[in-house]
Design a protein around this ligand. Structure first.
Ligand code: PMP
Length: 419
Protein backbone atom coordinates (compact mmCIF):
# COMPACT_ATOMS: atom_id res chain seq x y z
CA UNK A 1 0.00 0.00 0.00
CA UNK A 2 2.81 2.43 0.85
CA UNK A 3 4.45 1.87 -2.50
CA UNK A 4 1.13 2.33 -4.29
CA UNK A 5 0.47 5.58 -2.42
CA UNK A 6 3.95 6.90 -3.29
CA UNK A 7 3.37 6.08 -6.94
CA UNK A 8 -0.02 7.84 -6.93
CA UNK A 9 1.58 10.83 -5.20
CA UNK A 10 4.38 11.09 -7.74
CA UNK A 11 1.95 10.77 -10.61
CA UNK A 12 -0.32 13.53 -9.40
CA UNK A 13 2.11 15.89 -7.57
CA UNK A 14 5.23 15.55 -9.70
CA UNK A 15 8.88 15.22 -8.68
CA UNK A 16 9.48 18.56 -6.89
CA UNK A 17 7.56 17.60 -3.74
CA UNK A 18 10.14 15.81 -1.60
CA UNK A 19 9.37 13.54 1.34
CA UNK A 20 11.44 12.95 4.45
CA UNK A 21 13.29 9.61 4.51
CA UNK A 22 14.11 7.16 1.74
CA UNK A 23 11.41 4.98 3.21
CA UNK A 24 8.73 7.66 3.77
CA UNK A 25 6.49 7.62 6.80
CA UNK A 26 2.79 7.22 6.10
CA UNK A 27 1.20 9.11 8.97
CA UNK A 28 -2.42 8.90 9.95
CA UNK A 29 -2.65 10.48 13.39
CA UNK A 30 -0.83 12.66 15.92
CA UNK A 31 -1.31 13.17 19.63
CA UNK A 32 0.98 15.10 21.97
CA UNK A 33 4.61 14.31 21.16
CA UNK A 34 3.70 11.17 19.20
CA UNK A 35 2.84 10.46 15.58
CA UNK A 36 1.22 7.21 14.41
CA UNK A 37 1.70 5.54 11.06
CA UNK A 38 -0.73 3.52 8.97
CA UNK A 39 0.54 0.27 10.49
CA UNK A 40 -0.26 1.61 13.99
CA UNK A 41 3.37 2.18 14.98
CA UNK A 42 4.08 5.08 17.32
CA UNK A 43 6.92 7.60 16.71
CA UNK A 44 8.44 10.13 19.09
CA UNK A 45 8.35 13.44 17.22
CA UNK A 46 11.55 15.33 17.99
CA UNK A 47 11.57 17.24 14.72
CA UNK A 48 8.28 18.87 13.89
CA UNK A 49 8.40 22.46 15.10
CA UNK A 50 4.93 23.27 13.80
CA UNK A 51 2.96 21.40 16.45
CA UNK A 52 4.79 23.18 19.27
CA UNK A 53 2.01 22.50 21.77
CA UNK A 54 1.95 18.84 20.78
CA UNK A 55 -0.07 17.36 17.93
CA UNK A 56 -3.79 18.10 17.86
CA UNK A 57 -3.73 20.02 21.14
CA UNK A 58 -7.32 19.91 22.47
CA UNK A 59 -7.47 23.64 23.21
CA UNK A 60 -6.52 24.56 19.63
CA UNK A 61 -8.77 21.87 18.14
CA UNK A 62 -11.67 23.25 20.16
CA UNK A 63 -10.94 26.88 19.23
CA UNK A 64 -10.76 26.03 15.51
CA UNK A 65 -13.84 23.81 15.60
CA UNK A 66 -15.96 26.36 17.45
CA UNK A 67 -14.98 29.29 15.23
CA UNK A 68 -15.24 27.41 11.95
CA UNK A 69 -18.80 26.41 12.83
CA UNK A 70 -19.78 30.05 13.33
CA UNK A 71 -17.93 32.24 10.84
CA UNK A 72 -14.88 32.15 8.63
CA UNK A 73 -14.62 34.75 5.94
CA UNK A 74 -12.61 37.23 3.93
CA UNK A 75 -10.56 39.49 6.18
CA UNK A 76 -11.88 42.76 4.75
CA UNK A 77 -15.03 42.63 6.86
CA UNK A 78 -14.84 44.06 10.36
CA UNK A 79 -14.33 41.21 12.81
CA UNK A 80 -13.25 41.33 16.45
CA UNK A 81 -11.18 38.12 16.37
CA UNK A 82 -8.26 39.57 14.40
CA UNK A 83 -8.11 42.60 16.72
CA UNK A 84 -8.23 40.42 19.84
CA UNK A 85 -5.48 38.22 18.50
CA UNK A 86 -3.26 41.08 17.32
CA UNK A 87 -3.54 42.63 20.78
CA UNK A 88 -2.62 39.35 22.49
CA UNK A 89 0.25 38.72 20.08
CA UNK A 90 1.83 42.18 20.23
CA UNK A 91 1.58 42.06 24.04
CA UNK A 92 4.27 39.33 23.95
CA UNK A 93 6.72 41.73 22.22
CA UNK A 94 8.70 44.70 23.53
CA UNK A 95 6.59 47.85 23.49
CA UNK A 96 8.10 49.28 20.30
CA UNK A 97 6.79 46.34 18.25
CA UNK A 98 3.11 47.08 18.61
CA UNK A 99 1.46 46.39 15.26
CA UNK A 100 0.85 43.20 13.29
CA UNK A 101 0.08 42.17 9.71
CA UNK A 102 -1.11 38.65 8.91
CA UNK A 103 -0.30 36.22 6.13
CA UNK A 104 -0.75 32.47 5.71
CA UNK A 105 2.89 31.34 5.39
CA UNK A 106 6.34 32.40 6.57
CA UNK A 107 7.39 32.91 2.94
CA UNK A 108 4.62 35.46 2.44
CA UNK A 109 5.59 37.19 5.68
CA UNK A 110 9.18 37.60 4.48
CA UNK A 111 7.95 38.63 1.05
CA UNK A 112 5.88 41.38 2.63
CA UNK A 113 8.85 42.37 4.81
CA UNK A 114 11.04 42.95 1.74
CA UNK A 115 8.34 44.96 0.06
CA UNK A 116 7.92 47.13 3.15
CA UNK A 117 11.68 47.55 3.69
CA UNK A 118 12.11 48.72 0.11
CA UNK A 119 9.22 51.18 0.32
CA UNK A 120 10.39 52.61 3.60
CA UNK A 121 14.13 52.89 2.88
CA UNK A 122 14.06 53.56 -0.85
CA UNK A 123 16.84 50.98 -1.09
CA UNK A 124 16.91 47.54 -2.70
CA UNK A 125 19.96 45.84 -1.15
CA UNK A 126 19.45 42.79 1.04
CA UNK A 127 21.94 41.06 3.34
CA UNK A 128 21.28 37.47 4.43
CA UNK A 129 23.38 34.52 5.57
CA UNK A 130 25.12 32.02 3.33
CA UNK A 131 22.75 29.14 3.81
CA UNK A 132 19.59 30.89 4.92
CA UNK A 133 16.09 29.75 4.09
CA UNK A 134 13.55 32.53 4.30
CA UNK A 135 10.93 31.15 1.91
CA UNK A 136 9.91 30.33 -1.62
CA UNK A 137 8.19 33.31 -3.25
CA UNK A 138 10.26 34.67 -6.15
CA UNK A 139 11.42 37.70 -4.16
CA UNK A 140 12.33 35.69 -1.05
CA UNK A 141 13.97 32.82 -2.95
CA UNK A 142 16.49 35.41 -4.20
CA UNK A 143 17.88 35.66 -0.67
CA UNK A 144 17.36 32.03 0.38
CA UNK A 145 20.64 30.43 -0.74
CA UNK A 146 19.79 27.12 0.91
CA UNK A 147 17.50 26.48 -2.07
CA UNK A 148 20.75 25.75 -3.92
CA UNK A 149 20.93 25.56 -7.67
CA UNK A 150 17.19 25.95 -8.07
CA UNK A 151 17.46 29.71 -7.47
CA UNK A 152 19.65 32.56 -8.63
CA UNK A 153 20.50 35.03 -5.91
CA UNK A 154 19.50 38.60 -6.77
CA UNK A 155 22.15 41.09 -7.96
CA UNK A 156 21.04 43.24 -5.00
CA UNK A 157 21.71 40.40 -2.51
CA UNK A 158 24.88 39.91 -0.46
CA UNK A 159 25.40 36.87 1.71
CA UNK A 160 27.64 36.53 4.74
CA UNK A 161 28.68 33.46 6.75
CA UNK A 162 26.53 32.54 9.72
CA UNK A 163 28.49 32.54 12.97
CA UNK A 164 30.13 29.17 13.53
CA UNK A 165 30.34 28.88 17.30
CA UNK A 166 31.97 25.43 16.99
CA UNK A 167 34.95 26.58 14.94
CA UNK A 168 35.17 30.17 16.18
CA UNK A 169 35.64 31.44 19.72
CA UNK A 170 32.80 33.50 21.25
CA UNK A 171 34.99 36.61 20.93
CA UNK A 172 35.58 35.90 17.23
CA UNK A 173 31.85 35.39 16.61
CA UNK A 174 31.05 38.60 18.47
CA UNK A 175 33.48 40.56 16.34
CA UNK A 176 33.19 38.84 12.95
CA UNK A 177 29.46 38.92 12.31
CA UNK A 178 29.15 42.70 12.63
CA UNK A 179 32.29 43.15 10.55
CA UNK A 180 30.87 40.92 7.78
CA UNK A 181 27.63 42.90 7.70
CA UNK A 182 29.57 46.18 7.47
CA UNK A 183 31.64 44.77 4.60
CA UNK A 184 28.48 43.65 2.78
CA UNK A 185 26.99 47.14 3.19
CA UNK A 186 30.17 48.67 1.78
CA UNK A 187 30.08 46.27 -1.18
CA UNK A 188 26.44 47.09 -1.96
CA UNK A 189 27.29 50.79 -1.93
CA UNK A 190 30.31 50.27 -4.18
CA UNK A 191 27.85 48.83 -6.70
CA UNK A 192 25.50 51.79 -6.29
CA UNK A 193 22.94 49.75 -4.33
CA UNK A 194 21.31 51.31 -1.27
CA UNK A 195 20.79 48.77 1.55
CA UNK A 196 17.14 48.05 2.39
CA UNK A 197 17.49 45.34 5.02
CA UNK A 198 19.49 42.79 6.92
CA UNK A 199 17.47 39.63 7.51
CA UNK A 200 18.64 36.83 9.77
CA UNK A 201 17.24 33.95 11.79
CA UNK A 202 17.78 34.67 15.48
CA UNK A 203 18.88 31.08 15.96
CA UNK A 204 20.43 30.15 12.66
CA UNK A 205 18.60 27.12 11.36
CA UNK A 206 19.54 25.92 7.87
CA UNK A 207 22.96 27.56 8.38
CA UNK A 208 23.71 24.91 11.04
CA UNK A 209 21.71 25.53 14.25
CA UNK A 210 23.90 28.25 15.72
CA UNK A 211 22.54 30.09 18.73
CA UNK A 212 25.85 31.94 19.07
CA UNK A 213 26.96 33.94 22.06
CA UNK A 214 24.24 36.28 23.26
CA UNK A 215 24.57 39.77 21.83
CA UNK A 216 26.54 38.97 18.67
CA UNK A 217 23.71 40.32 16.50
CA UNK A 218 23.98 43.77 18.08
CA UNK A 219 26.91 45.24 16.07
CA UNK A 220 25.33 43.90 12.84
CA UNK A 221 21.98 45.52 13.64
CA UNK A 222 23.71 48.79 14.54
CA UNK A 223 25.57 48.70 11.21
CA UNK A 224 22.43 48.21 9.08
CA UNK A 225 20.61 50.95 10.98
CA UNK A 226 23.52 53.34 10.52
CA UNK A 227 23.36 52.58 6.77
CA UNK A 228 19.66 53.51 6.65
CA UNK A 229 18.43 49.92 6.31
CA UNK A 230 16.04 47.91 8.47
CA UNK A 231 16.66 44.78 10.53
CA UNK A 232 14.22 41.93 9.98
CA UNK A 233 14.37 39.13 12.56
CA UNK A 234 13.11 35.87 11.05
CA UNK A 235 11.49 34.14 14.04
CA UNK A 236 9.61 31.56 11.95
CA UNK A 237 11.58 28.80 13.68
CA UNK A 238 12.86 30.15 17.02
CA UNK A 239 9.77 32.16 17.94
CA UNK A 240 6.92 31.40 20.35
CA UNK A 241 9.13 30.34 23.27
CA UNK A 242 11.20 27.63 21.62
CA UNK A 243 14.52 29.09 22.82
CA UNK A 244 13.31 28.77 26.41
CA UNK A 245 15.20 31.90 27.38
CA UNK A 246 12.72 34.29 25.83
CA UNK A 247 9.51 34.29 23.85
CA UNK A 248 11.42 35.68 20.85
CA UNK A 249 14.98 34.80 19.80
CA UNK A 250 16.02 38.42 19.17
CA UNK A 251 15.46 39.19 22.86
CA UNK A 252 18.53 37.05 23.63
CA UNK A 253 20.64 39.63 21.78
CA UNK A 254 19.32 42.90 23.17
CA UNK A 255 18.49 44.17 19.69
CA UNK A 256 15.45 46.04 18.42
CA UNK A 257 14.21 44.65 15.10
CA UNK A 258 12.13 46.86 12.84
CA UNK A 259 10.12 43.85 11.72
CA UNK A 260 9.77 40.33 13.09
CA UNK A 261 8.47 37.61 10.81
CA UNK A 262 6.65 34.70 12.40
CA UNK A 263 4.89 31.51 11.30
CA UNK A 264 5.19 27.74 11.73
CA UNK A 265 3.95 27.08 15.32
CA UNK A 266 1.72 30.18 15.31
CA UNK A 267 -1.46 28.13 14.78
CA UNK A 268 -0.03 24.79 15.99
CA UNK A 269 -0.71 23.44 12.49
CA UNK A 270 -3.40 25.82 11.31
CA UNK A 271 -1.59 27.71 8.52
CA UNK A 272 -0.91 31.23 9.71
CA UNK A 273 2.03 33.64 9.74
CA UNK A 274 2.72 37.33 9.79
CA UNK A 275 4.87 40.28 10.73
CA UNK A 276 5.03 42.20 13.98
CA UNK A 277 6.54 45.61 13.42
CA UNK A 278 7.16 49.11 14.63
CA UNK A 279 4.18 51.41 13.91
CA UNK A 280 6.54 53.97 12.34
CA UNK A 281 7.42 51.39 9.69
CA UNK A 282 3.79 50.72 8.74
CA UNK A 283 3.06 54.45 8.84
CA UNK A 284 5.68 54.92 6.12
CA UNK A 285 4.38 51.97 4.13
CA UNK A 286 0.63 52.27 4.64
CA UNK A 287 -0.34 55.43 2.78
CA UNK A 288 1.67 54.53 -0.29
CA UNK A 289 0.94 50.84 -0.57
CA UNK A 290 -2.17 48.86 0.21
CA UNK A 291 -2.22 45.49 1.84
CA UNK A 292 -4.78 42.82 2.21
CA UNK A 293 -4.61 39.07 2.43
CA UNK A 294 -7.79 37.07 1.81
CA UNK A 295 -7.01 34.40 4.39
CA UNK A 296 -4.30 36.01 6.56
CA UNK A 297 -5.72 36.64 10.03
CA UNK A 298 -9.13 35.16 9.21
CA UNK A 299 -11.46 34.45 12.15
CA UNK A 300 -10.43 30.80 12.44
CA UNK A 301 -6.71 31.65 12.25
CA UNK A 302 -7.21 34.30 14.92
CA UNK A 303 -8.97 31.79 17.19
CA UNK A 304 -6.22 29.21 16.66
CA UNK A 305 -3.49 31.78 17.28
CA UNK A 306 -5.11 32.98 20.47
CA UNK A 307 -5.45 29.42 21.78
CA UNK A 308 -1.75 28.84 21.03
CA UNK A 309 -0.67 31.92 23.00
CA UNK A 310 -2.92 30.98 25.91
CA UNK A 311 -1.58 27.44 25.98
CA UNK A 312 2.06 28.57 25.97
CA UNK A 313 1.25 30.71 29.01
CA UNK A 314 -1.04 28.29 30.89
CA UNK A 315 1.20 25.25 30.40
CA UNK A 316 4.44 27.20 31.02
CA UNK A 317 5.89 25.94 27.75
CA UNK A 318 8.69 28.48 27.44
CA UNK A 319 9.97 27.45 30.86
CA UNK A 320 9.56 23.78 29.95
CA UNK A 321 11.56 24.37 26.76
CA UNK A 322 14.34 25.90 28.86
CA UNK A 323 14.43 23.11 31.47
CA UNK A 324 13.96 20.10 29.21
CA UNK A 325 16.23 21.69 26.59
CA UNK A 326 19.06 21.96 29.14
CA UNK A 327 18.41 18.43 30.35
CA UNK A 328 18.46 17.10 26.80
CA UNK A 329 21.62 19.01 25.82
CA UNK A 330 23.40 17.78 28.97
CA UNK A 331 22.25 14.24 28.19
CA UNK A 332 23.49 14.44 24.60
CA UNK A 333 26.88 15.74 25.78
CA UNK A 334 27.18 12.96 28.33
CA UNK A 335 26.70 10.30 25.64
CA UNK A 336 30.37 11.33 25.12
CA UNK A 337 30.67 9.63 21.79
CA UNK A 338 33.75 10.77 19.81
CA UNK A 339 31.59 11.45 16.76
CA UNK A 340 29.54 14.00 18.70
CA UNK A 341 31.68 17.06 18.03
CA UNK A 342 29.36 19.69 19.42
CA UNK A 343 25.98 20.01 21.12
CA UNK A 344 24.52 23.51 20.87
CA UNK A 345 21.34 25.49 20.83
CA UNK A 346 18.91 27.15 23.15
CA UNK A 347 15.86 25.60 24.77
CA UNK A 348 14.32 22.98 22.51
CA UNK A 349 16.17 24.16 19.40
CA UNK A 350 19.18 21.86 19.43
CA UNK A 351 21.93 20.99 16.96
CA UNK A 352 24.36 18.09 17.32
CA UNK A 353 27.35 18.28 15.01
CA UNK A 354 28.58 14.87 13.83
CA UNK A 355 32.26 14.68 12.90
CA UNK A 356 34.64 12.00 11.67
CA UNK A 357 37.42 13.38 13.86
CA UNK A 358 36.73 15.60 16.87
CA UNK A 359 40.15 17.27 16.70
CA UNK A 360 40.01 18.20 13.02
CA UNK A 361 36.22 18.74 13.32
CA UNK A 362 35.72 17.07 9.92
CA UNK A 363 32.00 16.87 9.04
CA UNK A 364 30.61 13.35 8.58
CA UNK A 365 27.44 13.59 6.48
CA UNK A 366 27.24 9.85 5.77
CA UNK A 367 27.28 8.97 9.47
CA UNK A 368 24.71 11.70 10.14
CA UNK A 369 22.35 10.14 7.59
CA UNK A 370 22.83 6.72 9.18
CA UNK A 371 22.00 8.17 12.60
CA UNK A 372 18.82 9.88 11.31
CA UNK A 373 17.72 6.64 9.61
CA UNK A 374 18.73 4.52 12.61
CA UNK A 375 16.59 6.68 14.87
CA UNK A 376 13.69 6.41 12.46
CA UNK A 377 13.97 2.61 12.50
CA UNK A 378 13.65 2.88 16.29
CA UNK A 379 10.74 5.27 15.95
CA UNK A 380 12.33 8.55 16.88
CA UNK A 381 12.04 11.37 14.33
CA UNK A 382 14.72 14.04 13.84
CA UNK A 383 16.44 15.52 10.79
CA UNK A 384 19.81 16.88 9.65
CA UNK A 385 20.95 20.24 8.31
CA UNK A 386 23.87 22.63 7.92
CA UNK A 387 26.30 23.36 5.08
CA UNK A 388 27.66 19.81 5.21
CA UNK A 389 24.41 18.06 6.20
CA UNK A 390 26.15 16.78 9.33
CA UNK A 391 24.17 18.50 12.05
CA UNK A 392 21.37 16.63 13.75
CA UNK A 393 18.40 18.96 14.06
CA UNK A 394 16.33 18.34 17.18
CA UNK A 395 13.24 20.52 17.63
CA UNK A 396 10.55 18.60 19.51
CA UNK A 397 7.20 20.02 20.57
CA UNK A 398 7.60 22.33 23.57
CA UNK A 399 5.58 19.91 25.71
CA UNK A 400 8.49 17.46 25.52
CA UNK A 401 9.03 15.97 28.99
CA UNK A 402 12.16 14.66 30.71
CA UNK A 403 10.75 11.19 30.14
CA UNK A 404 10.52 11.92 26.39
CA UNK A 405 14.08 13.29 26.50
CA UNK A 406 15.27 10.08 28.25
CA UNK A 407 13.62 8.02 25.53
CA UNK A 408 15.42 10.02 22.82
CA UNK A 409 18.73 9.74 24.70
CA UNK A 410 18.39 5.96 25.18
CA UNK A 411 17.65 5.40 21.52
CA UNK A 412 20.38 7.83 20.43
CA UNK A 413 22.91 5.98 22.62
CA UNK A 414 21.92 2.63 21.05
CA UNK A 415 21.99 3.98 17.52
CA UNK A 416 25.42 5.56 18.01
CA UNK A 417 26.76 2.18 19.11
CA UNK A 418 25.40 0.39 16.05
CA UNK A 419 25.94 2.84 13.19
N1 PMP B 1 11.80 31.33 7.47
C1 PMP B 1 12.35 30.27 8.07
C2 PMP B 1 13.49 30.47 9.02
C3 PMP B 1 11.86 28.98 7.81
O1 PMP B 1 12.41 27.92 8.41
C4 PMP B 1 10.79 28.82 6.91
C5 PMP B 1 10.20 27.46 6.60
N2 PMP B 1 11.06 26.38 6.71
C6 PMP B 1 10.25 29.97 6.29
C7 PMP B 1 10.78 31.20 6.62
C8 PMP B 1 9.13 29.88 5.31
O2 PMP B 1 7.96 29.49 5.92
P1 PMP B 1 6.79 28.75 5.09
O3 PMP B 1 7.25 27.38 4.75
O4 PMP B 1 5.63 28.78 6.04
O5 PMP B 1 6.53 29.58 3.88
Amino acid sequence: TERALIARREKVLGPAYRLFYEKPLHLVRGEGVFLYDAAGDKYLDAYNNVASLGHCHPRVVEAITKQTAVLNTHTRYLHEGIVDYAEALTATFPEALSQAMFTCTGSEANDLAVRIARHVTGGTGIIATDLAYHGLTSAVAEFSPSLGESVTLGAHVRTIPAPDSYRQSPAEVMEKFGRDVSAAIADLRRHGIKPAMLITDTIFSSDGIFAGPKGFLKPAVDAIHAAGGLFVADEVQPGFGRTGEAMWGFERHGVAPDMVTIGKPMGNGYPMAGIVLRPEVIAEFGPRARYFNTFGGNPVAAAAGKAVLETIRIEGLQQNALEVGRYLMDGLRSLSHPEIGDVRGSGLFIGVEIVADPTAKTPDAALTTRIVNGLRERRVLISASGPNANILKIRPPLVFSRENADMLLDVMGDVLKTV
